[in-house]
Ligand binder design. Structure first.
Ligand code: ATP
Ligand code: MG
Length: 305
């Protein structure tokens, strides 16, 4: 399948105030987003995520590198036609209702009346705002506003939707709702590119990810390729035996009441721990292998760079 976004060796420097000195913000970024996937652009604050998006949307000019959107150079204004966009801190007109806000955006794209009404109805349903559609936006919660913003990003029926921190500032329930909507976008055949610094959100819905740290891509790939099945350690919770009983078998990470939480790093010692528990009349409460997560990889790369 074709690539929805192809970024090659993208560089961007920013001037530091009035002094004739620049700071390198994007240091040669290369990655590709495939059509039809949910792609997560992950990185800590200040890594360069929004700057990448601004280059992609033609809002700022890169110093070097090429960007292609669905096969067209981003220098061509037509490359932006198939795009939908939700900015990082969207601003909404307080006194408009969601329906009016969507109608206003539809007018900017020059949609005909029938098409506009159909699309607004469908989008309100897609983001679950049908019942609140005629309330002014100033009465909306943050999660509802974000959903209105997501509907807005789809008003021109884009092929590719770019969402900058769509989950930012959401509580866990709000985040789940937004994640579900993003998955619905994909089910509608859209390609979704979104940024986040929250790993779990990326881990749950993305097909592929790129991790950016300090203006460089440090990892890119399918989640299942990035995260190995490698067992890091096995965690055992045991009751009825003192932590000292496990000396040499694992690391006791905490003890509460008569419970000991033990991390066993050497797989061959798991059986020994089980024998010990049985032999000394302890009770095994849980035993679970901990495999590598995206979080482990993220923390490892961020602290290494
Ligand atoms: N117009 C600008 N002039 C100078 N420096 C800028 C400008 N825009 C961004 N920067 C700097 O570039 C770096 C990257 O910013 P960017 O907004 O791309 O980060 P981000 O990854 O989106 O972070 P966040 O997770 O906080 O949104 C930051 O250090 C920021 O201060
Ligand atoms: Mg940002």
């Amino acid at each position: 399948m074709a690539d929805a976004i192809r970024i090659q060796d993208l560089r961007k420097n920013f001037r530091l105030g009035f002094i004739p000195k620049t700071r390198e913000i994007l240091k040669g970024i290369t990655f590709a987003v495939r059509e039809g996937e949910i792609f997560g652009y992950l990185g800590p604050n200040g890594a360069g995520k929004t700057t990448t998006i601004k280059c992609l949307l033609g809002l700022i000019r890169p110093d070097a590198g090429t960007i292609e959107i669905l096969g067209r150079s981003h220098l061509s204004p037509r490359s932006r036609e198939p795009l939908g966009f939700l900015p990082e801190n969207p601003y909404f007109y307080d006194y408009l209702t969601a329906r009016e806000f969507l109608a206003f955006t539809a007018d900017l794209f020059g949609l005909g009346r029938r098409e506009k009404e159909d699309r607004i109805r469908r989008l309100l349903a897609l983001v679950g705002l049908e019942r609140a559609a005629d309330l002014p936006l100033r009465k909306y919660s943050r999660g509802m506003l974000q959903r209105a913003g997501l509907a807005q990003a789809l008003i021109n029926d884009p092929k590719l939707v770019i969402l900058d921190e769509p989950l930012g500032g959401m509580d866990p329930i709000g985040r789940k709702e937004i994640r579900d909507i993003i998955v619905r976008f994909k089910d509608e055949g859209k390609t979704v590119f979104f940024t986040s610094h929250i790993l779990q959100d990326i881990e749950m819905i993305c097909d592929r990810v790129a991790i950016i740290v300090g203006g460089r891509i440090v990892k890119e790939g399918a989640l299942r390729d990035l995260v190995s099945e490698r067992v890091l350690f096995t965690e055992a919770t045991v009751a009825g035996l003192p932590p000292a009983a496990f000396a040499g078998l694992g690391e006791s990470v905490s003890a509460q009441g008569d419970r000991v939480l033990l991390r066993i790093f050497d797989e061959s010692k798991v059986d020994k721990v089980l024998d010990l528990v049985r032999g000394q009349k302890g009770r095994l409460l849980s035993l679970s292998p901990r495999t590598e997560t995206l979080e482990d990889i993220f923390v490892e790369t961020v602290t290494r760079t």
